[in-house]
Design a protein around this ligand. Structure first.
Ligand code: HEM
Ligand code: FPP
Length: 466
């Protein structure tokens, strides 16, 4: 391997992060308003420290100059390091687009932010970012492709697994009554997949905050979030019932309460049914659309994802991301009674984020998923392709999050969060490519959750408090 390549890869990643910072800051309302303070180019006139608009405009221009140097260096090092032809072509394309973007920026400033220029400036910024992310994905692919990466082509047939014998879970009989009650309560709690709830609740909270701003009311929040928690619990429970046989075959899931018969199937179904009805009733107290979307989310995760997609198609996680994005629409609908563009944009961010989140776990549990018979991306197409797709979906998530900054009045807190935590997520994914260990996969998985968690908190704070 050419020793210059890692340096080139690092430059590519740094350029992508720099361009993203510019795009996302530029997309916020604050930079748009800065045009009112500075309508000259290339320098602004006036007392910088006394006018926030001027300060924002100057910061944007100076950052653009520094990032431009990075983009230039990336293209030069790319050509000299003899990277793959399409990677070099993309780095050069980014460099050629950069002066176009500077020209559009000058037009935005001197036209007072009117006409088609702001839209064209944003679109070109996104195009430069996309170009650099594609180059990074292909560069990392050729730098870290592994020969021992052969996909597990023939996942075990789903019907081949033996069900464990009916009867109480081993060890339960020797417990005292109190211990048995505690163990059973804990088992029902596990059925609800509680570890996922904080993030899914934050998605719904962000949807509500985007729609209501500071006027968000406590009953709407309480009914929607409680309904959401119960809906996730219901679909998690149905998922445990449907996958009980295959869960026994997988190391990660073999101790699940329905798989071990600690909870009988009919009791789990009754529990899931109770949670479903209660959750839809709670959503109904908010409005009919929230109730319909909540019901659709339970059906989608329990039936469409678990029964149809997960065992049958390698695109299971991509299409399954729809279930996770529904809480964004539920949150928006809870406030407005309808489906609106910012809610859809938030749902789009979650949808694109989902494969970048899950493919890390799919890498870490590749053998386990193969044992279970699931056609997950690394099982079917191998680890190199999966790592590359993580970069693609991460890039797409960041573009969608940048689009949200343009579509909504979200400000610099949101912009800084998606740029900084997005950079951390990208850094973890680059390390995943270089290290290719289970630990690196978990690091990238946690970075995905940290990115989305911080982004959603920023949306809530920016919408309600700033
Ligand atoms: C098709 C879509 C998805 C798949 C296949 C998936 C898969 C997984 C899996 C297998 C786990 C580990 C669970 C465990 O072992 O307990 C997990 C954890 C998690 N997922 Fe996802 N997920 C998806 C979508 C989502 C969405 C949409 C969210 C939230 C917006 C989310 C948030 C989380 C959180 C917070 C955790 C727990 C992390 C931790 O324990 O540190 N997931 N996911
Ligand atoms: C409001 C509402 C009901 C929203 C539904 C949101 C939801 C539960 C989305 C699915 C996310 C998820 C945790 C998938 C787990 O995958 P898996 O089942 O493949 O994981 P496993 O292998 O651990 O069973």
């Amino acid at each position: 391997m050419n020793s210059r390549r890692p340096r080139f890869t690092t430059l590519l990643a740094a350029s992508a992060v720099g361009v993203y910072l510019l795009v996302v800051l530029g997309a916020t309302a604050d930079v748009a308003h800065a045009v009112n303070s500075c309508s000259t180019w290339p320098v602004c006139q006036g007392p910088v420290l006394e006018d926030t608009g001027l300060l924002v405009a100057w910061s944007h221009r100076l950052t653009a100059a520094v990032v431009g140097l990075f983009v230039l260096a990336t293209a030069v090092v790319g050509v000299r390091s003899a990277a793959r032809r399409r990677v070099t072509a993309l780095a050069i394309t980014a460099l050629l687009l950069y002066p176009v973007q500077i020209g559009l920026g000058a037009l935005v400033a001197t036209s007072g932010g009117a006409g088609p220029f702001p839209g064209a400036h944003l679109a070109t910024g996104m195009a430069i970012f996309t170009t650099l992310v594609l180059a990074l994905a292909w560069q990392l692919e050729s730098e870290t492709r592994t020969p021992d990466d052969a996909p597990v082509v023939d996942p075990v047939d789903l019907d081949a697994g033996d069900s464990a014998a009916e009867g109480p879970a081993p060890g339960v009989a020797s417990l005292s009554t109190r211990e048995r009650i505690t163990a059973t309560a804990g088992a029902y709690f596990r059925l609800t997949k509680p570890r996922l709830m904080w993030l899914l609740c934050l998605v719904a909270a962000a949807g509500m905050a985007l729609a209501a701003g500071p006027d968000l009311t406590t009953p709407t929040v309480l009914f929607t979030l409680t309904g959401g928690v119960l809906a996730i619990g219901a679909s998690g429970t149905f998922n445990h019932v449907i996958e009980r046989d295959v869960d026994q075959r997988m190391e990660r899931t073999s101790d699940r309460p329905v798989a071990t018969h600690q909870i009988p199937v009919k009791n789990a179904l009754a529990f899931g049914g109770f949670l479903s009805v209660t959750s839809v009733w709670l959503f109904w107290q908010v409005n009919a659309l929230a109730a319909a979307l909540g019901f659709a989310a339970i059906l989608f995760y329990s039936v469409v994802y678990t029964v149809v997609l997960k065992p049958n198609t390698v695109q299971n996680t991509v299409i399954g991301g729809f279930a996770g994005s529904l809480p964004a629409l539920i949150g928006w609908a809870a406030v407005t009674g309808e489906i609106g563009l910012p809610g859809l944009a938030l749902a789009g961010v979650i949808f694109l984020w989902t494969p970048a989140h899950f493919y890390n776990l799919a890498l870490a549990y590749k053998e386990d998923y193969a044992r279970g018979g699931f056609p997950m991306m690394p099982v079917v197409h191998g680890e190199t392709v999966t790592r590359k797709h993580i970069v693609f979906y991460l890039g797409a998530t960041l573009v969608a999050a940048g689009g949200m900054a343009a579509l909504t009045p979200l400000g610099p807190l949101y912009a800084a969060t998606t740029a900084v935590l997005g950079a951390v997520f990208l850094w973890a994914v680059v390390r995943l490519h270089r290290e290719r260990t289970e630990q690196a996969a978990f690091r990238a998985f946690h970075a995905s959750n940290a990115y989305l968690g911080a982004l959603l908190v920023a949306i809530v704070v920016d919408s309600i408090a700033l």
